[in-house]
Write a protein that binds this ligand. Structure first.
Ligand code: FE2
Length: 314
C-alpha cells in the first residue's frame, strides 16, 4: 500500500491528471497557485505521546497526559490551523495486535482535537516493529508533502527502516520533491529523529541525514521540527534551523549528560515538569527581509503551566 500511496502523492505533487484539485488533497501546486496567498497563521507540534507506556516512576499519569495536552490545545483561541504529531504516537510493542489497538486508541484520542487538520508522522516506537505497516494502515503515508498559506511542508520518515535511515529511495523522492520548491520559498521539514548527529551514541541522529541536509543547501529558508529526544533543543547546521520539542510522556536527560538514556523520574512536587507542546507562529513573507529571522516564531507551552488551579470551573 505504501508504494502505491507514494506514487499517488508524487503524481499529485506533479499535478498529473489534475489529482490535486479533483480530490482536494493539498499538494505543492496549491502553494504555487494564486489560491495560496501568504498570510500569518500558527500551528501546534505535539510529539512523543507514547500511548500505552507504563512506568509509574517516569509518569504515573501516563494514560491521562495525552488527554490533558489535547484539552490544553483545544483551549487555545484562536485554534491552530493544524496540529502535527512528530512521531512515537504509541509505545513500542512486539505484539502486532496490541500495536494496532494502541494506534486505534491514540487516533480516537487525537480525534478530540478541535483543530481542523491533524498531521501525523511515525516514530521508531510506532514503526520499527513492522517497517511502518500498522502505522500506514492507521494514519496513511509515512512521508508526504503539503502546502499551507505560502509555506511548503515536507514530512520525512527516518524510522521505518533499520539503521535510523531515510534510505536511498526516499532520498531520491526528496530530491525530486525539492525540485518543485522555489529556492527562496519558506520550507518546513518534519521528521521524528534529528537529521543531524546530535548524539549518535543514544541514536539521536539520522545515519544518512547529511545527504538530506545537502539537498537543502540551496534552499534559503529551511526549518526542521522534530521529536525523539524528549526535550526542547535548538540547533543550526549552516543556514538550517532545527528545533526539538518536549515530549508528552517523560523527559530524557540532556545529550550525553548521564551514563544511560533513561527517563527523568517524575517529581510529585512538580507533576508534568518537562512535558509540553509547541506553538509555531508563521509569518510568510517576512523571509524577504533577510535571513529568515521572523518567518517562524517558536514558543514552548509547558503542560504543567496549562493545569487549571484546583477548584477552577471546567
Ligand atoms: Fe519517544
Amino acid at each position: 500500500m505504501g508504494s502505491e500511496m507514494d506514487r499517488l502523492t508524487f503524481m499529485k505533487l506533479l499535478g498529473i491528471g489534475g489529482a490535486v484539485f479533483a480530490t482536494g488533497v493539498p499538494g505543492f501546486s496549491e502553494a504555487l497557485g494564486s489560491a495560496a496567498k501568504a498570510s500569518d497563521f500558527y500551528f501546534v507540534q505535539l510529539t512523543d505521546t507514547h500511548w500505552g507506556f507504563e512506568g509509574p516512576k517516569a509518569n504515573p499519569e501516563a494514560m491521562g497526559t495525552l488527554g490533558k495536552a489535547i484539552d490544553a490545545v483545544n483551549a487555545l483561541d484562536p485554534q491552530p490551523d493544524f496540529v502535527v504529531f512528530t512521531g512515537d504516537l504509541t509505545h513500542i510493542t512486539d505484539d502486532a495486535a496490541l500495536r494496532r489497538r494502541r494506534m486505534a486508541e491514540f487516533k480516537q484520542q487525537a480525534g478530540r482535537l478541535r483543530a481542523r487538520q491533524i498531521r501525523y508522522l511515525p516514530g521508531e516506537h510506532d514503526a520499527s516493529g513492522d517497517q511502518g505497516e500498522a502505522y500506514r494502515e492507521a494514519f496513511g503515508p509515512s512521508r508526504y508533502v503539503f502546502a499551507h498559506k505560502g509555506i511548503h511542508f515536507i514530512a520525512l520518515d527516518n524510522v521505518s527502516q533499520e539503521g535510523s535511515i531515510l534510505g536511498e529511495e526516499q532520498l531520491k523522492w526528496f530530491a525530486g520533491t525539492l525540485g518543485h520548491v522555489p529556492k527562496d520559498a519558506p520550507l518546513v521539514i518534519f521528521a521524528h529523529r534529528p537529521l543531524f548527529p546530535l548524539y549518535p551514541d543514544w541514536d539521536w541522529t539520522t545515519t544518512d541525514g547529511q545527504l538530506a541536509l545537502d539537498l537543502l543547501k540551496n534552499h534559503r529558508f529551511v526549518t526542521v521540527f522534530y521529536g525523539h529526544i524528549h526535550q526542547e533543543h535548538h540547533h543550526t547546521t549552516g543556514h538550517i534551523h532545527h528545533h526539538a520539542a518536549t515530549s508528552l510522556i517523560f523527559p530524557l536527560p540532556a545529550p550525553g549528560s548521564t551514563p544511560k538514556r533513561a527517563p527523568v523520574p517524575w517529581d510529585p512536587a512538580h507533576p508534568y515538569q518537562g512535558l509540553g507542546f509547541r506553538q509555531i507562529h508563521a509569518q510568510p513573507g517576512q523571509q524577504k527581509a533577510g535571513d529568515g529571522e521572523g518567518l517562524l516564531q517558536v514558543s514552548e507551552k509547558a503542560l504543567a503551566a496549562t493545569q487549571k488551579p484546583a477548584g477552577t470551573p471546567a
